[in-house]
Design a protein around this ligand. Structure first.
Ligand code: PHB
Ligand code: FE
Length: 330
């Protein structure tokens, strides 16, 4: 007989600890949780993070397939995507851990780290907590083990193949398919564009109301791909409270602030040294350099367009210095 549970002893204990949670291992890293914290150990150190922040970061790392470049859970723990394998690190992008020789990195095949992360997210997320929701729209992550929330944690990032509303592609969000307008976006008009196509082109001319679509997003800090043109991906998202990860870019990405306001903390990707504080209001556009890491703060739910270039050759072009880290040199 082979099943997921048969495979569990390799990656962690089945027996819960005294708080009711399983512990996990990945290479020489160990993970455990108590009522308030996630604890991470490695041969030369240990660290702890508030468990709500840890689960929000873990959820996104899994849902985004380890994303572009680096996903820092905080200033110590995180992952680097090598697109096929993934580094799990402690202190690797922290100047002080590096100086003290306490940093540690191990590389895993993507399916293995994914399996451990998914098992941990499932076991450590209580029935009351939705890691994708804003703090005001979910209950507590804390306390002893209390059920599970599989429906919330298995939501997938929406990824259109051509464009939302195109035949055979992602549908427009409506009340009928379970996406009510969010409390913060009740003033957003819900009308859809009228399309008058030349005869014979009725299936090829497509339009939808992006603001109405985003007003119905039930998640925060989770870009949906709404249009694809070769490697150019439009990934808009709705943001509230704090981006649960500090993202280290491996390419330039463009931000278009579609509504309200987000403040960004921009730091050096390698050391964490502060580089800039960027306040973006509706209509502002920024190009985030390829050698930074950043974290956003959104005081009210806002709409952000993240424009990604998914060309697989880009990280190497930036890493080798063939391309400068900013699209414009001043
Ligand atoms: C980013 O780090 O570029 C990023 C990630 C998720 C978001 C917004 C921006 O929701
Ligand atoms: Fe980013």
């Amino acid at each position: 007989m082979s099943s997921a549970t048969d495979a569990l002893p390799e990656i962690g204990s089945i027996e819960p600890n005294r708080h009711g949670y399983r512990t996990f291992t990945l290479g020489s890293f160990g993970f455990s949780r108590d009522e308030y914290f996630a604890h991470v150990t490695w041969p030369k150190g240990h660290h702890l993070l508030p468990v709500d922040a840890f689960l929000r970061a873990l959820q996104r790392d899994i849902a985004w397939g380890f994303f572009y470049g680096i996903v820092n859970f905080d200033t110590v723990i995180g992952t680097v995507n090598h697109y096929g394998s993934v580094d799990l690190f402690a202190g690797r992008f922290n100047a002080h851990y590096k100086k003290a020789g306490l940093d540690h990195v191990e590389r895993f095949k993507t399916p293995l780290i994914q399996r451990v992360f998914e098992a941990m997210l499932e076991d450590w997320t209580n029935a009351t907590f939705d890691p994708f929701a804003s703090p005001q729209e979910t209950g507590s992550a804390f306390g002893p083990k209390n059920g599970s929330n599989k429906r919330a944690i298995t939501r997938h990032r929406v990824t259109a193949k051509r464009m939302v509303a195109a035949p055979g592609d992602e549908p427009v969000r409506t009340d009928e398919n379970g996406f009510p307008v969010n409390r913060a976006f009740r003033d957003v008009p819900q009308d859809q564009p009228h399309i008058t196509a030349e005869p014979g082109f009725e299936d090829e001319v497509v339009a939808f109301n992006l603001f109405a679509y985003l007003s119905r997003s039930d998640v925060t800090w989770n870009p949906s791909i709404v249009s694809v043109c070769k490697a150019s991906l439009y990934c808009p998202t709705t943001e509230e409270y704090v981006l649960p990860v500090i993202h280290g870019n491996d390419r330039v990405e463009w931000f278009v602030q579609l509504s309200d306001e987000i403040q960004w903390e921009v730091e050096d990707r390698e050391t964490g040294a502060v580089r800039a504080r960027v306040t973006m209001r509706a209509g502002d556009v920024a190009a985030m350099p390829a050698d930074i890491r950043h974290r956003g703060f959104s005081p009210k739910r806002s709409m952000l367009l993240v424009w990604e270039n998914a060309s697989p050759g880009l990280p190497q072009l930036y890493a080798s210095g063939t391309m400068p880290p900013t699209p414009v040199q001043f």
